[in-house]
Design a protein around this ligand. Structure first.
Ligand SMILES: Cc1cc2nc3c(=O)[nH]c(=O)nc-3n(C[C@H](O)[C@H](O)[C@H](O)COP(=O)(O)O)c2cc1C
Length: 269
């Protein structure tokens, strides 16, 4: 009888330990990303190191290998026809992951077409999804909204990380802040003040806006109002901009260094 008792106890203990083990596996994190020209890959790899996650690149049966113009042409046709790029099967077993950092370039104002294919194939039920993206000018916010609609069974975080490909060398610093601010990594960063009240743009602030935006490939509009804040590293501006009857918000930063060139960090439509 005594022997039977210990056998049952050992079996129960083994069961509990197995359950603990599988829970641990279920807490794992995966960085899953698509990148055509390497910008999103750069962010994905830094993110993987910072949060100590697994990583997988989404691959296509028929990759986009052409120039920018050729990709625009092919993706434009696929988008119009609804004939989305076919993915190679994912190697990762998604059931092993609780949090997925999902990364992509912005195409046509939202997530790139390979992600359209991904969310058709996988519903990410019960997964916490943190989005990150790279872009020419912006698009994180609509991409997150579109993901919420496409993946109603997943929990899409309300915050995401986005960076212009032209500012990719600032990834380390900005990703570090993002991960600490939202509790994905331990550490401390300078608390940033709020922006001042929006005021009509002065001549000098218009020159700063132009210096930041005029070499972008598309016109970004005319700044009308501006707010400012100073940090230990930069002066940041938030411009309200009018363009062909629409209003957008454009963020500009100027490093506290002699001769620093103003840079716009993102456009929010
Ligand atoms: C087909 C296509 C559409 C794009 N559309 C947008 C867009 O709507 N807005 C934007 O800011 N950038 C747009 N871009 C620029 C990409 O988002 C940007 O180059 C990105 O950093 C590329 O990431 P990757 O190097 O990881 O592929 C587009 C690029 C391509 C090829």
């Amino acid at each position: 009888m005594k022997h039977y008792f210990w056998t049952v106890m050992m079996a129960a203990l083994a069961f509990v330990c197995t359950a603990c083990g599988s829970k641990e596996v279920g807490n794992k994190q995966l960085v899953l990303y698509y990148s055509q020209t390497g910008a999103t890959k750069t962010v994905a790899e830094k993110l993987q190191q910072m949060v100590n996650a697994d990583i997988e690149a989404i691959e296509l049966e028929n990759p986009y290998t052409g120039t920018y113009a050729e990709t625009i042409q092919r993706a434009g046709e696929e988008r119009a026809s609804g004939n989305m790029p076919k993915l190679k099967p994912l190697k990762a077993d998604l059931s092993q992951y609780e949090t997925i950092y999902l990364g992509f370039p912005i195409w046509y104002g939202t997530y790139a077409l390979p992600i359209v294919s991904l969310v058709k194939e996988y519903d990410f039920e019960g997964k916490k999804i943190v989005t990150f993206c790279t872009f020419g000018s912006g698009g994180l916010e609509p991409a997150m909204e579109d993901l919420k609609k496409a993946l109603p069974k997943a929990e899409i975080a309300d915050h995401g990380f986005g960076i212009r490909n032209a500012r990719i060398e600032s990834t380390d610093k900005e990703l570090n802040r993002f991960l600490i601010d939202y509790g994905y990594m331990e550490g401390q960063v300078e608390a940033l003040p709020g922006y001042s009240e929006m005021q009509p743009v002065t001549e000098e602030e218009k020159m700063i806006f132009d210096a930041a935006c005029s070499d972008y490939q598309f016109p970004l509009g005319t700044p009308v109002l501006v707010g400012k804040r100073g940090t230990s590293e930069s002066v940041d501006y938030i411009y309200q901009v009018e363009s062909r009857g629409a209003t957008s918000t454009i963020y500009v930063t100027v490093a506290n260094e002699d001769g620093a060139k103003p840079e716009f960090t993102r456009v929010v439509k």
